[in-house]
Design a protein around this ligand. Structure first.
Ligand code: AKG
Length: 328
């Protein structure tokens, strides 16, 4: 997949700027809204392609052979391998130059493998920080335990604050776990990556390969966002990276609305489903974006069986893999 690189990023101090009023209004208008309102661009229910203002165009694809090879190399042997029969269209969104949407890119078996790698394997690596590390002692998992899902739900983690309440694994997985960072460990309070890259954990090589084969970027850092219905992500821009390579975002689990906009253009609200990918390239690399809605009860049935140790967990979750290249 060949993708345009972005123009110069805004100065880093702009990370703290407030989003423009029209993006805030769009976010507010769609906060916890149904997915079916007419302002939403839904790739499974597109308007008739007759008007000159048709919101999307498709000019390129990810070839079936590249996708098949990428998915087969990614397999961990636990799912049937997926062969892709036809080229997968990449859609450009007219109102947000550089915003690409690839609906239904990741097949079900690969979605399960990806979740296993992200949330069973990578989440249990103590070098990958989560939103909980600032508040709780999260010791390495005991020998013979491969993931948090395997721990008895009543296992507790001590609060760092002597007066704080301890956290049970059940509550951690159901409510409190909001993100985990892979590779480059973003510092959320300083809004930057550590200067010394030699101290960073290696980005998981198999996920790096998958991302590179499908999207052509070098994955160096990722945020895995874990949402429950009712959660939202406020309008922001990701401008702490020194590279202008595109951002890649993959949705798994429950459906959501995703908003993006550049400059004074009106922006777009896209309905994203499990397996969809969004790429923010060119001007859209620095776009304002947000997630105003996670829709309860929309996780595909076959994904609700994952993970086996905690069946039904995905019924109330959306997991978003958000990948960045930190430098060229
Ligand atoms: O969840 C999403 O779709 C977007 C996440 C995002 O914008 C971010 O992590 O910066």
């Amino acid at each position: 997949m060949k993708i345009k690189t972005a123009p110069q990023p805004p100065p880093i101090s702009h990370a703290h700027h407030a989003p423009p009023a029209h993006i805030r209004t769009l976010h507010k208008a769609h906060q916890k809204s149904p997915l079916t309102v007419p302002t939403v661009l839904d790739f499974e229910n597109l308007p008739p392609n007759s008007s000159s203002s048709f919101p999307i165009t498709t000019t390129s694809t990810i070839s079936a052979s590249i996708a098949s090879a990428a998915f087969s190399a990614f397999s961990d042997g636990n799912e049937n391998t997926t062969s892709v029969e036809s080229d997968i269209p990449i859609y450009k969104v007219a109102s947000v130059p550089g915003l690409l949407v690839i609906p239904n890119l990741i097949p079900p078996s690969v979605q399960k493998t990806l979740l296993r790698k992200l949330l069973s394997r990578d989440l249990s690596d103590p070098r990958h920080k989560t939103n909980l590390h600032a508040h709780y002692h999260l010791p390495p998992l005991p020998l013979g335990i491969g993931s948090y899902f395997e721990l008895p739900p009543e296992t507790t983690f001590r609060a760092l604050d002597a007066n704080g309440r301890d956290l049970s694994v059940g509550r951690m997985l159901d409510k409190k776990l909001r993100w985990v960072t892979l590779g480059g460990q973003y510092d959320w309070s300083l809004k930057k990556y550590p200067a010394d890259s030699s101290s960073l954990p290696e980005f998981p090589p198999d996920i790096r390969e998958l991302v590179s084969s499908l999207f052509g970027i070098t994955a160096q850092a990722a945020i895995v966002n874990i949402y429950s219905p009712g959660d939202t992500l406020a309008p922001h821009r990701d401008i702490s990276e020194s590279s202008s390579a595109p951002l890649v975002s993959v949705s798994l689990g429950c459906e959501a609305l995703f908003i993006a906009g550049v400059g004074d253009e009106e922006g777009v609200v896209v309905r994203v489903r499990s397996g969809d990918a969004v790429v923010m390239s060119g001007e859209a690399r620095w776009a304002w974006h947000s997630v105003p809605t996670i829709a309860n009860g929309t996780c595909p049935e076959w994904l609700q069986e994952w993970p086996e140790e905690r069946m039904g967990w995905m019924r109330g979750k959306r997991v978003n893999l958000n990948v960045r290249q930190m430098w060229d």
